[in-house]
Design a protein around this ligand. Structure first.
Ligand SMILES: Cc1cc2nc3c(=O)[nH]c(=O)nc-3n(C[C@H](O)[C@H](O)[C@H](O)COP(=O)(O)OP(=O)(O)OC[C@H]3O[C@@H](n4cnc5c(N)ncnc54)[C@H](O)[C@@H]3O)c2cc1C
Length: 315
């Protein structure tokens, strides 16, 4: 099944590797290998490959963006993984000033997008400042910060659906929830996003982008350390969201280590991979935290970070 796909990719000169290490492509750095790792050269090639993958029936595949919210198991995952990243020269976003909208390639990374926003006077996306990854990944997980998230700005998207058809969907198709959408665990792929922008001065946008980044840099673990951001969702208690980091800290778990993994000293909802961390250890640490928090508070924490099964399913 993968041999035929490899031959198809080779014929079309799509860059790919067989039995490729996946850890180096993930910010947390946890994962063994994947059967095929596909790295399309540009958005056009990405579309052709996605249509082929989705139209091909039962062959397992999944799409990742910046790999900043996902961990893979330690062994070989029997799936084709497509890296949906903008590449060296991602297509520039398009500004539709009259319509208050921006269209952007889903593989574009958040930080270059914010630089473009400041240069173009497209405000409203500064909450993405300091969130690693791509806009497609951000939309799939409904990423957010500072009281805003992708569901507040997303108007529509061009996608490849589960049957390999390219089509435009509106925001309702995402079924947005807190840090979740139908794309998070689904197999549909995002190609282009249409986002609502608030016109603003470039200087004000750049200043807010810097301010948000500074807030993070002073309160979160260093960006040089491997993490996946907040590991657990903030639980809803008595109608209000409470900080998972605070509960983990109050349960006395800051600085807890397990193998090469550690609960960060700066923010207890960040689990750090200090080098060579395994998926098995990550799962053990997750359970240890969940059990300690449940015993102390009765709250069962829900994982925000995505896991992949050995047969290539996200969960
Ligand atoms: C230091 C740090 C800080 C963080 N801070 C925040 C924060 O403040 N708020 C927050 O919400 N998150 C935060 N995160 C988590 C993460 O960065 C975000 O969730 C990010 O938006 C994920 O984007 P990504 O491209 O890396 O997605 P990935 O991890 O690559 O993928 C995440 C999901 O999106 C899907 N996906 C990716 N691209 C596509 C596509 N083109 N089409 C369809 N599906 C796709 C994947 O299949 C997967 O289900 C942080 C992470 C780190 C490491």
């Amino acid at each position: 099944m993968f041999a035929a796909l490899a031959a198809w990719l080779r014929q079309r000169r799509v860059p790919f590797q067989e039995n490729a290490a996946i850890g180096p492509h993930l910010v947390l750095g946890i994962g063994g290998a994947v059967r095929l790792l596909i790295r399309p050269r540009d958005a056009g090639q990405r579309l052709v490959v996605l249509r082929h993958l989705a139209g091909g029936g039962e062959r397992p595949y999944l799409v990742i963006g910046g790999g900043s919210n996902i961990a893979f198991p330690d062994g070989l995952v029997q799936a084709a993984v497509l890296l949906a990243q903008g590449g060296k020269t991602p297509p520039a976003p398009l500004l539709f000033a009259d319509e208050g909208a921006v269209e952007v390639d889903a593989g574009m990374r958040n930080q270059p997008f914010l630089a473009w926003c400041a240069a173009s006077g497209a405000g409203g996306f500064e909450f993405l400042s300091g969130i690693p990854g791509t806009l497609g990944g951000a939309a799939a997980v409904n990423a957010g910060a500072f009281g805003r998230s992708m569901s507040d700005v997303l108007l529509a998207a061009d996608i490849v659906d589960g049957q390999g058809r390219q089509r435009r969907v509106n925001a309702a198709h995402f079924g947005f929830r807190y840090r979740d959408s139908s794309f998070k665990l689904g197999c549909e792929a995002l190609l282009t996003l249409r986002l609502r922008h608030d016109p603003g001065s470039g200087e004000a946008i750049a200043a807010r982008t810097r301010e948000y980044l500074e807030y993070r840099v002073t309160r979160h673990p260093s960006y040089r350390l491997a993490s996946a951001g907040c590991f657990f969702k903030n639980p809803q208690v008595g109608g209000a969201k409470i900080s998972a980091g605070k509960i983990i800290e109050e349960s006395g778990l800051k600085n807890t280590t397990l193998g090469a993994l550690a609960v960060a000293a700066e923010h207890a909802n960040f689990l750090l991979n200090r080098g060579g961390g395994t998926f098995a250890d990550l799962q053990r640490l997750e359970e240890k935290i969940r059990a300690a928090v449940a015993a102390r508070t009765g709250i069962v924490l829900e994982r925000e970070v995505i896991y992949v099964s050995p047969d290539g399913k996200k969960y």
